[in-house]
Design a protein around this ligand. Structure first.
Ligand code: PLP
Length: 233
């Protein structure tokens, strides 16, 4: 017996409260439960409490977990860094890949997506924190990369993903929200340029309220649902 159902309900109420504060409908924000470092048993408990979409960072760990959960109708999102040697498994075993930051990776995912499956959903990762983070394309590169990804036949470009650097304790709400606002503005620019995007993947346990205030449509929440993770060796 664990408190996963209780914590999940509490995260859902945080999302609902943040939507209300932002004047957004609750249905406009989805919840991705980040189960990395936790086992199949924990995923099962969250699923029994109504959760369907799960996020994983480490490929081998994710594949092992998936193999134990084939009886459940789950949606799997890969949210870790994507290296070339992982693309085949990602294309075969996941529904979404969030960390795409180079065209070459997107091309491999498209080439390797099995014909029997629907197109693989993709978010392009953008670095909205400047020097503080290295992952993701720059905002200036995003339009060209997204246009190219959108033409790949076995992918469906859904939107943008970001992992802003954690805010300092003394930050004001406006300072905390600035990277999420930058992401939202970029998303708007890309849509005005004609790209059909519907997803802003941003916000985690510590900053989901700030992300929702600035338009996130998918928050990725781990520790607030499953508990704190052991430090990764
Ligand atoms: C681990 C992780 C999360 C979840 O982080 P929490 O702080 O535990 O909610 C979200 N997104 C990415 C990309 C992660 O690696």
């Amino acid at each position: 017996m664990t408190d996963i159902p209780y914590k999940l309900a509490s995260v859902r109420s945080r999302i609902a409260a943040a939507c209300k504060a932002a004047g957004r409908p609750e249905s406009s924000v989805g919840l991705l439960a980040v189960s990395k470092t936790f086992g199949a048993a924990e995923v099962r408990q969250a699923q029994a409490a109504g959760q369907r979409a799960f996020g994983e960072n480490y490929l081998q760990e994710a594949l092992d977990k998936q193999a134990e959960l084939t009886d459940l109708p789950l949606e799997w999102h890969f949210i870790g860094p994507v290296q070339s040697n992982k693309t085949r498994s990602l294309a075969e075993r996941f529904d979404w890949v969030h960390g795409v930051e180079r065209l070459k990776i997107a091309q491999r995912l498209s080439d390797q997506r099995p014909p029997g499956l629907p197109p693989l959903n993709i978010c392009v990762q953008v670095n909205v924190s400047g020097e503080a983070s290295k992952a993701g394309c720059t905002p200036a590169e995003a339009l060209e990369l997204c246009r190219a990804v959108a033409t790949l036949p076995r992918l469906r470009l859904r939107g943008l993903m970001a992992i802003p650097a954690p805010a300092v304790d003394s930050a004001t709400a406006a300072e905390r929200q600035a990277p999420f606002r930058a992401l939202r503005e970029l998303f708007g620019e890309l849509r005005r340029a004609g790209l059909e995007l519907d997803t802003i993947s941003a916000g985690m346990s510590d900053d989901l309220e700030d992300a929702i205030a600035e338009g996130s449509t998918l928050v990725r929440v781990g520790s607030s649902i499953f508990g704190s993770r052991p430090p990764k060796a």
